[in-house]
Ligand binder design. Sequence first.
Ligand SMILES: C[S@@+](CC[C@H](N)C(=O)[O-])C[C@H]1O[C@@H](n2cnc3c(N)ncnc32)[C@H](O)[C@@H]1O
Length: 429
Amino acid sequence: MRIGGRLAGAIEVLEDVETRRRPIANALKDWGTAHRFAGSGDRAAIGNIVYDALRLKLSHAWMMDSDAPSALAHAVFFRQWGFTPETLAAKLEGDKFAPAPLAQETLQAFANRDLADAPDYIRGDLPEWILPAFQENFGEGWLSEAEALNRRPPLDLRVNTLKATPEKVKKALSRAGAEFAKIAPDGLRITPGEGADRLPNVTAELAFQKGWFEVQDEGSQIVAALACAESGQQVLDYCAGGGGKTLALSAFMENAGQIHAYDADRTRLAPIIERLRRAGTRNVQVHDAASGLEGMEGRFDRVLIDAPCTGTGTWRRRPDIKWRLSEKNLEERTAQQAEVLDSACGYVKPGGLISYVTCSLLPSENQNQIERFLEHNNQFEIVSLQEVWSGQFPSAGTSPHFSAAGFATLTPAKTGTDGFFSALLRRKS
Ligand SMILES: C[S@@+](CC[C@H](N)C(=O)[O-])C[C@H]1O[C@@H](n2cnc3c(N)ncnc32)[C@H](O)[C@@H]1O
């Protein structure tokens, strides 16, 4: 496929995502099924155009004075892939699969507009109603934080130290160009390419089948470490989902002690069984009903609450969810978080720690949620993560944003990771 066919394919997928409010991955998969002649390189290039277009959807639409899929897809080439309208037109000339050329007024708008004149929420590519929360969280740095959330994410791996070392996995993945992560000691990173470049499919590697590594954002590895679980302890992973953090905890604990992994949603929990097997973990018990935890109240050294959230910190990977998020969704999530905190806190023993984590960057899901919890639960106190940080990551060249209260916020701009919030609470009595 030449560039014209890829551009036309991306426009079709964008139309599907926008008109039917579908997740990008599903729309891409369906497009691939309906166009079996397209090779894997074509499908990856189309995916890149679609993801890039949606990361910068508002600013693209503003610059082109049009939010039509064709305008968004062309804007990717002009603003992210190093083309000008003239160089792109030259590339598309004579390509019978190319889409219809852009209207003259769209090209005129692009030539005459300057993003510096756009309203703040458009410059940051943020839903307008979210802007105040970003400004509250990051102050003057809000725009560079938003811009970093709009770039392509790397592919991060966590080496499973129960079976391998970072050096061994790096060597096994040398063709993929994996490098040591900057903060997480067991992390490896494959940096994203540009334009049509695609990231390697590392899960097809033998090293993955052997359980030597998992795909896990470095931020997720870091917040799992900030739960401070130690070998031999009793640990509850209360929102275990597919087990990303359970697996990290098991490796940190060197397979010793006991982890109870619980999630209220059986479908989300289901993949954990195969992942635990592949990783060679022997210290995890999985529960798909809270009744499995009966009698364990006040028994745990550590309780990790990786709470359900809006996922605003993962917008680099899932830009479509950014535009679907509503104030109602946020309200639902904050209510769930309060409920999960209230139900999980009883499992920790006096002197034990609760680690509350979200992959959101909105204060109402993070610091405000913890402050609300502490107002009603004075048997808990905050443990400063700033102090924990240097013990856990002595050679990290960078650190998260730390609040005066001792909460940690990781962001693409600050730590080069997905956005995460982490708070550590000790039960006094
Ligand atoms: C952020 S995800 C967990 C991701 C997982 N820890 C990982 O690292 O892969 C949040 C999880 O909370 C679960 N959840 C939501 N409400 C819950 C509740 N009341 N009790 C337990 N789990 C709940 C969801 O099913 C979802 O899997």
